[in-house]
Ligand binder design. Structure first.
Ligand SMILES: *[C@@H]1O[C@H](CO)[C@@H](O)[C@H](O)[C@H]1NC(C)=O
Ligand SMILES: *[C@@H]1O[C@H](CO)[C@@H](O)[C@H](O)[C@H]1NC(C)=O
Ligand SMILES: *[C@@H]1O[C@H](CO)[C@@H](O)[C@H](O)[C@H]1NC(C)=O
Ligand SMILES: *[C@@H]1O[C@H](CO)[C@@H](O)[C@H](O)[C@H]1NC(C)=O
Ligand SMILES: *[C@@H]1O[C@H](CO)[C@@H](O)[C@H](O)[C@H]1NC(C)=O
Ligand SMILES: *[C@@H]1O[C@H](CO)[C@@H](O)[C@H](O)[C@H]1NC(C)=O
Ligand SMILES: *[C@@H]1O[C@H](CO)[C@@H](O)[C@H](O)[C@H]1NC(C)=O
Ligand SMILES: *[C@@H]1O[C@H](CO)[C@@H](O)[C@H](O)[C@H]1NC(C)=O
Ligand SMILES: *[C@@H]1O[C@H](CO)[C@@H](O)[C@H](O)[C@H]1NC(C)=O
Ligand SMILES: *[C@@H]1O[C@H](CO)[C@@H](O)[C@H](O)[C@H]1NC(C)=O
Ligand SMILES: *[C@@H]1O[C@H](CO)[C@@H](O)[C@H](O)[C@H]1NC(C)=O
Ligand SMILES: *[C@@H]1O[C@H](CO)[C@@H](O)[C@H](O)[C@H]1NC(C)=O
Ligand SMILES: [Cu+2]
Length: 580
């Protein structure tokens, strides 16, 4: 059913007794349309001793939650009131037949220009858990992001103990510099970009010397209760470890898919990924305080990434909440794995298994129609003749590629070009299934690191079963690349270090209870294998979720053709689809 537009805060009060208080109380109707209005506007916020003007949704940082139940339709009118072009991606939403609402600029839509608006309209089908939204153009997502909270259908429960409270914990970065200037300069000079100045928890960078004492995220809890934490990594460039001193977590979900619960004291979460974890508070009376901390996992060279630690506070009820910076800094920072703890990441990821029961079955393709082997990593472009560059050896610009193709952004949207059959001169369909020049991907890097540039797509017939091996390289340093696929969830059937072996590795694939997700780290100096069924027609972006890598070209797109039946076709574009 469609309701007339009402402000989301009002809807919140109408449908939920409390919106982010206790649990989300009962929704009156089985399946509804939820209307939101996102005014994209500037806001001055003060962090780390300075005030900065940032781009926000409705003046909120992080942005307001989109709250829905599985099966609901979500209609979000986005109005662009800033000077920049804007588009918003609903990260992890399947967008079945609604590819026009996916959001990546120049892939599924032209950006929303200043003063214009666009209505994102989609149904949440077969998904429940935590996802998020973020701007999907340039580096605007640095501040334009927020949670998507999908509750189970009415009268359906979580497949774990009912939490006493639910809390969203969103990680991000704080940049003193203007991130648009940072990326523009990096692209111009070819050098690596500057680093962020701090990580954030729900927008707070934690205590910093001589700055306001209220910049620390505080989670107030009662003793002996179970809290459901919805963790989201919205950082631009960094994978993170997260820990709360003297507490452990039970991981119950990845990317809005339930997993077999397991205990861990340190979460590993890459940009684009989400995790739901249960936090059982201790049976202590009052006045207890513990630090929470997050800091990066990276194998990149020291100095090329922000290696700071963000601190938050877990405060038990009855505590004096006017605690100052000094009382925070007296607490012990929980010990996190070493920054380059690749073994910890592999071990953590190996513990993820789908529930795979009758209520939440695994639909991993057992037979495969198309196999792909994509080599992903860094590379270079030669310096233009009339310029000086500051990339590797000072004669190049940093680039990145998939099968040595550095994806060039078109100036019109690919989905429109496809739909209106005006694709000539916009894209080609000759993306290679395997690298054209094989080499020892994780061995001594080749001398020639130059990439080719192009806008190439892979065409898939509707319902094709796909297996994709993503192989990392050691060119200009081995790094983990968190790959995100739009329009689909996939199953992670295998991973390993070194080069993928097409004879010995596939027999070890997990086709029983593989982790289902939308973003997976290609291990540093290793590979990962995923499977999915191409049952969603449209043009679907796939890219590393480290923003500097996507800017350098670590991205490509799949074109999935319509099927025969009406419900297997991409629907016509909405009338207000932005024009380039
Ligand atoms: C932010 O602060 C500057 C300087 O005080 C002011 O000129 C500007 O109007 C403010 N912007 C907003 C969106 O409040
Ligand atoms: C959203 O899409 C549905 C299905 O196509 C349509 O019935 C509805 O009118 C749309 N709502 C808005 C506000 O565009
Ligand atoms: C911190 O407190 C100051 C002074 O009361 C206030 O102006 C500022 O907005 C607060 N900052 C945050 C992040 O809440
Ligand atoms: C927290 O853990 C540390 C290190 O293991 C230990 O020394 C300390 O006693 C613990 N504190 C509480 C309150 O459990
Ligand atoms: C963090 O990076 C800086 C350079 O940016 C380096 O000097 C410092 O040693 C690094 N710290 C750690 C703990 O790695
Ligand atoms: C809270 O802290 C203030 C300042 O340190 C102190 O005056 C007050 O008594 C404390 N309140 C409680 C309930 O501990
Ligand atoms: C991690 O970094 C430390 C300190 O820089 C170094 O000694 C160690 O060899 C590195 N470990 C790996 C696995 O690269
Ligand atoms: C891997 O994880 C398991 C389960 O948490 C743990 O028992 C084991 O010690 C871990 N191994 C390494 C090498 O971290
Ligand atoms: C270099 O040449 C290109 C192509 O002729 C031109 O577009 C660009 O503006 C020039 N750049 C500089 C820095 O002169
Ligand atoms: C590149 O140029 C910078 C600045 O001129 C210099 O500091 C650096 O050593 C040069 N690097 C190489 C590899 O030549
Ligand atoms: C690839 O490089 C690795 C690391 O140097 C080496 O161990 C391996 O033998 C090489 N593989 C081939 C096929 O040359
Ligand atoms: C790379 O260059 C070095 C020195 O110029 C040469 O010895 C080596 O054989 C080259 N390696 C490859 C893989 O071409
Ligand atoms: Cu990457």
């Amino acid at each position: 059913m469609v309701m007339p537009f009402i402000p989301s805060s009002f809807l919140c009060v109408l449908l939920f007794l409390t919106c982010f208080g206790n649990l989300y109380p009962r929704v009156a109707l089985a399946s509804v349309t939820r209307h939101y209005k996102f005014n994209i506007r500037l806001k001055n916020v003060t962090r780390m001793c300075a005030t900065k003007t940032i781009i926000t949704v409705n003046g909120k940082f992080p942005g307001p939650p989109v709250l829905a139940r599985e099966g609901d339709r979500v209609v979000i009118k986005v109005v662009n009131l800033v000077a920049n072009n804007i588009s918003i991606h609903w990260h992890g939403i399947r967008q079945l037949q609604s590819g026009w609402a996916d959001g990546p600029a120049y892939i599924t839509q032209c950006p929303i220009q200043t003063g214009q608006s666009y209505v994102y309209n989609y149904t949440i089908t077969g998904q429940r858990g935590t996802l998020w939204y973020h701007a999907h153009i340039s580096w605007i997502r640095a501040t334009l992001y927020g949670p998507i909270i999908i509750l189970p259908k009415q009268n359906e429960s979580y497949p774990f103990v009912k939490p006493y409270k639910e809390v969203t914990v969103m990680f991000g970065e704080w940049w003193k510099a203007d991130t648009e200037a940072v990326i523009n300069q990096a692209i111009q000079t070819g050098a690596g970009p500057n680093n962020s100045d701090s990580y954030t928890i729900n927008g707070f960078p934690g205590p910093s010397k001589n700055c306001s004492s209220n910049e620390t995220y505080r989670l107030k809890v009662k003793p002996g209760k179970t809290y459901l934490l919805r963790l989201i990594n919205a950082a631009l460039n960094d994978e993170l470890f997260f820990k709360i001193a003297n507490h452990t977590f039970t991981v119950v979900d990845t990317d809005a898919s339930y997993v077999k619960p397991f205990e861990t004291d340190t979460i590993y979460i890459a940009p684009g990924q989400t995790n739901m974890v249960l936090l059982k508070t201790k049976n202590i009376s009052s006045n207890a305080k513990f630090l929470m901390a997050a800091r990066p996992y990276s194998t990149a060279a020291s100095g090329t990434f922000d290696n700071t630690t963000v601190i938050g506070l877990l405060e038990y009820d009855g505590n004096n909440i006017t605690s100052t910076n000094s009382s925070i800094t007296n607490l012990a920072v929980p010990p996190l794995p070493p920054i380059n703890a690749t073994t910890y990441v592999a071990n953590w990821t190996n513990q993820l298994h789908s529930l795979a029961n009758s209520r939440f079955p695994v639909n991993v393709p057992q037979t495969i129609q198309r196999r792909f082997f994509f080599v992903v990593g860094l590379g270079t472009n030669p310096c233009p003749k009339n310029q000086t560059c500051q990339g590797p050896t000072n004669t190049t610009k940093f680039a990145a590629s998939v099968n040595n193709i550095s994806f060039q952004m078109p100036t019109t949207a690919l989905l429109q070009a496809h739909y209106y059959q005006r694709w000539k001169g916009v894209y080609t369909t000759d993306f290679p299934n395997t690298p054209l020049v094989p080499f020892n991907y994780t061995g001594t890097p080749p001398n020639n690191t130059v990439v080719t540039n192009g806008t190439k797509l892979v065409v898939l017939q509707f319902n094709t079963t796909v297996e994709l091996v993503l192989q990392g390289t050691s060119i200009l340093g081995a790094e983990n690349h968190p790959f995100h696929l739009h329009g689909y969830n996939f199953y992670v059937v295998g991973q390993g270090s070194g080069n993928f072996n097409s004879t010995t590795d596939p027999p070890k694939f997990n086709l029983v209870d593989p982790d289902e997700r939308n973003t997976i780290g290609v291990p540093s100096g290793g590979w990962v294998a995923i499977r999915f069924r191409a049952d969603n027609p449209g043009v679907w972006f796939m890219h590393c979720h480290i923003e500097i890598h996507i800017s350098w070209g670590l991205r490509m797109a799949w074109l999935v053709m319509d099927g025969q039946l009406p419900n297997q076709r991409l629907l016509p574009p909405p009338a207000d689809l932005p024009k380039c």
